[in-house]
Design a protein around this ligand. Sequence first.
Ligand SMILES: C[S@@+](CC[C@H](N)C(=O)[O-])C[C@H]1O[C@@H](n2cnc3c(N)ncnc32)[C@H](O)[C@@H]1O
Length: 274
Amino acid sequence: MTRTRPSRPPAGGAHELGQNLLVDQQVVDRVVDLVPDTPRPLVEWAAGRGAVTVPLARLGRPVEAVEIDERSAERLSRVVPGNVTVTRGDILRHAPPAEAYDLVCNVPFHLTTPVLRRLFTLPGWQRAVLVVQWEVARKRAAVGGATLLTAQWWPWFAPRLDRRVPASAFRPRPSVDAGLLVLDRRTEPLLPTGQQRDYQRFAAAVFTGPGRGLPDILVRQGLDRGDVRRWAREHRVRPDALPRDLGAPAWVAAYGLTRSERGQERAGLRRSAR
Ligand SMILES: C[S@@+](CC[C@H](N)C(=O)[O-])C[C@H]1O[C@@H](n2cnc3c(N)ncnc32)[C@H](O)[C@@H]1O
């Protein structure tokens, strides 16, 4: 069955749509292995001609495969079994199922950032198994240092780098390798959702704030020097550490200092001094 969602038809050809199809069966098998063993329905974004969709369907769960390219979507709907619904539409606008689900996507390279941003704000999915450029996979999984985007979503999502995928696993062959990135929505978030905006503002201020090393940056953000010293000891943060060096627990604990009675008092003093 093919469902068509209102969306502008794709403007370009294979290149513009990021149609680097997976042709390496071992990689496809690994993607399917990474899908958690639950009865939850599956959503596959950017399904293409079904290299991943067909093996996913064998798990016996309902699968919704979303693809923008009319020819690919039609072709796909002819080869998939009855538990797969093919939706022709844009993954940046796709309406998610109402119930909890897992998501798989071999991400069109040019949509990597919008897809990740959309995922972080989209409810419902529990695990996302993503094929993205190698450098993006490393950065999002905080391998060799975290980025601001990763730090801002860490209390709610746990990212993990599974493995490198060589460019030879795709046709046409892209210019760079890819990586398998697994994102899990934390069943017990490290902070309540109500604190999301405030925490994200804090993380951005720390990433861009002045100072020589994290303890100095935090003190300049108005945190108590003694609190920061204790925090640094507890989380083994060196005086010259940078925001990219912090892990999720250290970020959450640093944010906690801003919410302590002393942190609130100092913030109040700073506000009234303005
Ligand atoms: C990297 S290929 C992946 C295809 C297939 N899943 C595979 O692994 O072989 C990306 C696919 O996303 C489709 N695509 C590109 N932009 C899209 C969009 N905005 N919404 C839905 N699909 C899109 C392309 O047509 C292409 O089939």
